[in-house]
Write a protein that binds this ligand. Structure first.
Ligand code: CU
Length: 155
């Protein structure tokens, strides 16, 4: 083996050890972790309409349960520009939760709670669709997110 090849290989090994060490230090000392949408919340089987978080204006939280073949609650109403913390669980099998025309896309997994913070500025009705085949009536599984300025007066 040529001397230059040995130097290049030794340099590569040293760099690998440095990078691996940096990952270990980041994970153990700085809490750096892989991004995930799975929370450590306890799974729930009853959905709830969005409720306003009292300490912050225009912050809402909703708990949605997916089950064959519906979303509970079937309609989520929030005012435009509100931030919605959406928690999702499943009562039976794996379902999908996709909101047309947005980047909202979650999996509903039995025994787990997934999460996405949602902000919709434009008023309108957004269709929620299940995108994971979950049985014979999968194609009927839908819900809506209604973004309406009237939602402020209702809550
Ligand atoms: Cu489905």
């Amino acid at each position: 083996m040529d001397r230059i090849e040995k130097v290049v290989m030794a340099t590569a090994v040293v760099l690998l050890l440095i990078f691996f060490g940096a990952i270990v230090v980041a994970a153990t000392n700085y809490g750096v972790d892989l991004p995930t949408c799975v929370t450590d919340r306890k799974p729930f089987t009853e959905g709830s309409a969005p409720f306003k978080l009292s300490d912050q204006p225009l912050r809402y939280e909703a708990h949605t349960v997916a089950r064959m073949w519906m979303f509970d609650p079937p309609e989520i109403t929030i005012p435009p520009g509100a931030e919605l913390d959406l928690y999702l669980s499943s009562a039976d099998v794996v379902h999908g939760f996709y909101v047309e025309g947005t980047n909202i896309n979650l999996m509903a997994v039995p025994g787990a709670v997934t999460y996405q913070r949602v902000k919709l500025d434009r008023e309108g009705t957004y269709r929620i669709l299940c995108h994971e085949y979950c049985g014979t009536a999968h194609h009927l599984m839908a819900g809506t997110i209604v973004v309406s300025s009237q939602a402020v007066e209702e809550q």
